[in-house]
Design a protein around this ligand. Structure first.
Ligand code: GAP
Length: 471
């Protein structure tokens, strides 16, 4: 991205161009849920495809697709029933509910904006040490943090709120029928460890990857696709011999950062941030966030975690089934350690959308352009007949149908050619092809590059091969 863009601009473009709509829009929307439109579903599918290829088109990682509803014991074993909770606080006057840690984070941002850097650092230090609900409460009271809506400071105590959505399986709504919508896809991988390892005959180290929906009853949803209640994750669990975990943790940290670079995210927009030891999730020995600089500040896009043997050991205990690996060469059995890479498909789709946004001038006229990596662009090519006569629409339609066998292609014959280019620039289509009078004579077409706006002439026949090299 070479211009700064606000989140409001992105949300508005996303709606106008059909990337993302508020869920149940005609009923006023459903908070924390979003629908992907014609361009958005292509973009997100391409993001998922890019990840799936990088992670599973190799010999040592297998893919799976586990169900969203799982046995309730899974979430007891994983620790989510006991400790997957956020600190929640209510304001008595405004009746607004907040995540206590985010309320403090907002105060830190406010202090920074006011130039009170020292106070911000002190508050950040206190926040990093907070663990129990009382700690958050004390910080809010001691620092006189007020309700951002009502401006008062009459707070309730802080309570822990479990983020899992509960529902019931079958017709009877009693406690024996409770199931949860999975809050992470990872557990579907852990419970299938034996199945995958035995059926695929993989040897440690190896991985299992999965893409799928996850659900969290977030106290405050915010920042468009950043924190939602329904979202998609792309997770990979890498099983290693205990003792080799630290080496593999470093390996995956580097691999995953390279992936962002391959799809055009510049390194200045990315940083890695370790989780402080006393803030680690209940399962982790070490954790690192890969953060992107969003319009609202730095935010986590991916987490790399050393989950040790926590999950497999817990499932072994709760299910009474062995979750072990037998190393034939060394004739030893052990519970593997796990290095996890966990990225939000929806959150990273928003990152790619924001990162692609640019504005420039073409022929003295301002244009909005989405400079997606060609592999991520929703449409790869658009085909235009210059005018609606002299055989041009027929030729263009034929070319479009031919290309559509391999690429998402868009056909447009309406309006001036300049306006058609602008529409595709804003959709992020990397190449626009124009069929004109010469095409009918000599079979050549004009290809216009989205980023440089330069045009070149090639044969229509050679277009498929030309595109194959670029998208
Ligand atoms: N299995 C580990 C795990 O779930 P996490 O850090 O809680 O770790 C991983 O989540 C990624 O999932 C995050 O980096 C983020 O991209 C995405 N994610 C988590 N909560 C989300 C939410 N409420 N909305 C959108 N994406 C979310």
């Amino acid at each position: 991205m070479s211009v700064s863009v606000s989140l409001e601009q992105i949300v508005s473009l996303a709606k106008r161009r059909g990337f993302v709509f508020q869920s149940s829009d005609i009923y006023g929307g459903l908070n924390g849920c979003w629908d992907y439109g014609p361009l958005g579903v292509e973009l997100m599918n391409n993001v998922k495809e890019a990840w799936w290829r990088a992670m599973t088109y190799r010999d040592d990682i297998e893919g799976i697709d586990a169900s969203i509803l799982m046995h309730p014991r899974v979430w007891e074993a994983s620790g989510h029933v006991g400790s997957f909770a956020d600190p929640m606080i209510d304001n008595k006057t405004s009746k607004k509910r907040y995540r206590a840690d985010l309320l403090i984070e907002d105060e830190i941002t406010r202090l920074q904006k006011k130039g009170k850097d020292e106070d911000a650092v002190t508050l950040q230090g206190k926040l990093e040490k907070a663990a129990a609900p009382e700690d958050y409460y004390q910080i809010i009271v001691d620092n006189g943090i007020k309700d951002p809506v009502g401006g008062t400071d009459d707070w309730t105590e802080v309570r822990q709120f479990n983020l899992m959505f509960k529902t019931f399986i079958g017709p009877i709504e009693d406690s024996s029928a409770v199931v949860y919508l999975r809050p992470e896809t990872a557990q579907g991988i852990f419970v299938n460890f034996n199945n995958v390892y035995q059926s695929s005959r993989q040897k440690v180290p190896f991985g299992i990857a999965q893409i799928g929906k996850a659900f969290r009853n977030e106290i405050n949803t915010r920042n468009f696709l950043f924190r939602t209640r329904e979202f998609e994750q792309m997770e990979m669990q890498w099983f290693v011999k205990p003792g080799d975990d630290e080496k593999w943790y470093e390996y995956w940290l580097e691999e995953r950062q390279n992936w962002f670079g391959e799809y055009g995210i510049s390194s200045e927009k990315l940083r890695v941030k370790p989780h402080p030891y006393d803030k680690l999730a209940h399962y982790a020995k070490a954790a690192m966030d890969v953060e992107y600089e969003f319009p609202f500040g730095w935010g986590e896009v991916e987490g790399i975690h050393n989950r040790t043997d926590f999950d497999l050991a817990q499932h072994a205990e709760f299910s009474n089934k062995k979750m072990e690996y037998f190393d034939q060469a060394e004739n030893i059995r052990y519970v593997p350690y796990v290095i996890e890479t966990s990225i939000g498909a929806s959150r990273s789709t928003m990152m790619f959308l924001i990162d692609a946004y640019d504005e420039d001038k073409v022929g003295g006229e301002k244009r909005n352009v989405l400079r997606f990596h060609p592999k991520l662009a929703p449409y790869k090519v658009a085909i235009f007949p210059l005018i609606k006569k002299e055989g041009m629409p027929e030729f263009a339609q034929k070319l479009h149908k031919e290309l559509q066998k391999n690429y998402k292609s868009f056909y447009d014959e309406s309006g001036a050619i300049g306006r058609r280019y602008r529409r595709q620039d804003e959709a992020g289509t990397p190449f626009c092809v124009t069929v004109d009078g010469d095409t009918i004579e000599d079979g050549t077409v004009t290809v216009r590059d989205r980023d440089t706006t330069e045009q070149l002439r090639i044969t229509a026949e050679g277009l498929g091969a030309w595109l194959a090299e670029r998208v």
